[in-house]
Design a protein around this ligand. Structure first.
Ligand code: AMP
Length: 479
């Protein structure tokens, strides 16, 4: 099937050809005709499936008759609104709107928090046909009367599950109340929870359900691997993995934003080029970190779930879960960043004893056990580990270098990164509850048993101040 078979107008076919796309992806093949028929859509698709073009192309086509060059704002009311949970995703969707719509005289813009409102206000007042926005900043503009939503014909909610996770539901309800009831609505979500179904029931009319992957199924090309690793050894294991596998581009996930900078700093000290991205950084810093990573200037991007949401990096070979997420759906989102566009990818999770229950939840969702490897056996490749230790020995002690005098002691993970020999004859490292981290970890259950283990109760997983736990929360898309 070609894009011409989908009855796309020549302007869009040319734009798509310029991007080098030879044929539509499965979600595009299904979504484009349905949107053109003005149907509501419930799309269950991950990032990386081509879903952005799946809704942007037909949206542009439906709006093409309105294209005009008049300078009058009245000739450019917002007719299409795309809501996204994060600034990064908003920027990426806006890029797609510009790319695919470059031969059409339609105006578009993007508004999100973390940047000056003034230029956004000016652009909005001049009139835009297509508006991409994060919910919080959009409502700020509504309040300031810099934008009116009474003429919206098409509403797209991208990554709706993440918007709910981030606590945007009240904002979404306020926005929905400002839109005409007669409109076309497209709702996309990587996972299909009960809450999403509820939202879909409220905002969609006889939607066409489009699923391109098995429900909650991660990309098939991803190889999953678990390294059972005591918490205190994670950093050494991570550094070893990156070195021994000669990883050139790896996205590392943590739960808390405050830990991202710390890990990136520690990796830098280990000689690994790492940078962090999380919602506390300014927009400019986040964009810089992402650009550095995309263009290969940094090897490792350390991110929270929220900051990484929607990051589009083609053919990302490795995703490493330094910590498992609190909800299994987030695992699916995380690894959705690898195994794209037909390229194989690897999702490696460093799992400490405390996280075995989270792992069981993930395996339940995936409906399979993830192969496990103990750090002692392999991954932390013995030779690489020795090399790591040697490099540590070669490094002058911090006191000798007289650097960063405020940090008196080595970081705990460093202190606890034993050599292979030490790993076999460890000094006891007792946790508060008496657990001895220096003993080889013996899982309480085998993988298949883990799969059957009872999950964390639903309430605990879904009723989240999770945004806070994942490091995004309170700031959402704050100014
Ligand atoms: P998305 O799922 O929208 O984030 O898209 C993932 C990536 O696939 C983006 O980098 C797009 O440029 C690319 N893409 C979208 N549609 C196609 C297509 N038909 N053929 C090849 N690549 C595509």
């Amino acid at each position: 099937m070609s894009f011409a078979d989908l009855n796309l107008i020549p302007e869009l076919q040319r734009a798509v050809a310029d991007e080098g796309y030879s044929e539509p992806t499965p979600i595009q093949a299904k979504a484009i005709p349905a949107v053109l028929e003005r149907r509501d859509i419930m799309g269950c698709a991950q990032t990386g499936t081509g879903k952005t073009a799946g809704f942007t192309l037909p949206m542009l086509q439906l709006l093409a008759p309105y294209a005009n060059t008049s300078p009058s704002p009245a000739r450019h009311p917002v007719r299409a609104l795309v809501l996204t949970p994060t600034r990064e995703l908003a920027a990426q969707v806006f890029d797609s709107v510009k790319t695919y719509g470059k031969f059409l005289k339609l105006r578009s813009t993007v508004v999100y928090g973390g940047t000056d409102m003034q230029p956004q206000t000016k652009t909005l007042r001049e009139g835009v046909d297509i508006l991409v926005a994060t919910p919080g900043r959009l409502l700020d503009h509504v309040q300031q009367k810099s934008v009116a939503l009474g003429q919206v014909e098409i509403l797209v909610m991208d990554e709706a599950d993440r918007m709910l996770d981030m606590g945007f539901l009240p904002d979404i309800r306020r926005i929905l109340a400002l839109l005409p009831t007669q409109r076309q609505s497209l709702l996309f979500s990587a996972t299909f929870s009960e809450e999403i179904k509820k939202l879909a029931n409220q905002m969609l009319h006889s939607p066409m359900l489009i699923e391109v992957a098995r429900r909650n199924a991660p990309a098939d090309l991803v190889k999953h691997q678990v390294y059972e690793t005591p918490a205190l050894r994670k950093r050494a294991v991570l550094a070893n993995l990156i070195r021994s596998r000669d990883m050139k581009q790896v996205l590392v996930f943590l739960r808390m934003k405050r830990d991202c900078n710390k890990l990136a700093r520690e990796l830098l000290r280990d000689g690994i080029n790492a940078t962090a991205i999380h919602s506390d950084r300014t927009q400019a810093e986040r964009e810089q970190a992402l650009a550095d990573f995309k263009e290969g200037r940094s090897t490792v991007l350390v991110a929270t779930d929220i900051a990484a949401r929607g990051i589009d990096i083609e053919e990302l070979p490795y995703v490493i879960n330094y910590e498992l997420p609190y909800t299994p759906e987030d695992y699916v989102h995380r690894i959705g960043r690898t195994g794209r566009a037909g390229m194989p990818g690897e999702a490696i999770s460093l799992v400490c004893p405390d996280e075995m229950r989270l792992l069981a939840d993930i395996e339940k969702l995936l409906k399979r056990a993830i192969p496990r490897q103990s750090v002692e056996e392999g991954a932390a490749d013995r030779e690489a580990e020795r090399e790591y230790e040697r490099s540590q020995e070669r490094r002058p002690r911090r006191e000798e270098r007289n650097a960063e005098p405020r940090i008196a002691a080595p970081a705990p993970a460093m202190a606890a990164a034993p050599s292979p020999v030490a790993a076999h004859k460890p000094r006891p490292q007792l946790a508060a509850d008496g657990f001895d981290f220096s003993k080889p970890y013996e899982p309480a259950s085998n993988p298949s048993a883990a799969t059957n283990a009872s999950p964390v109760p639903q309430r605990q997983r879904l009723n989240r101040p999770q945004a806070a736990l994942l490091g995004g929360s309170v700031s959402r898309d704050k100014k």
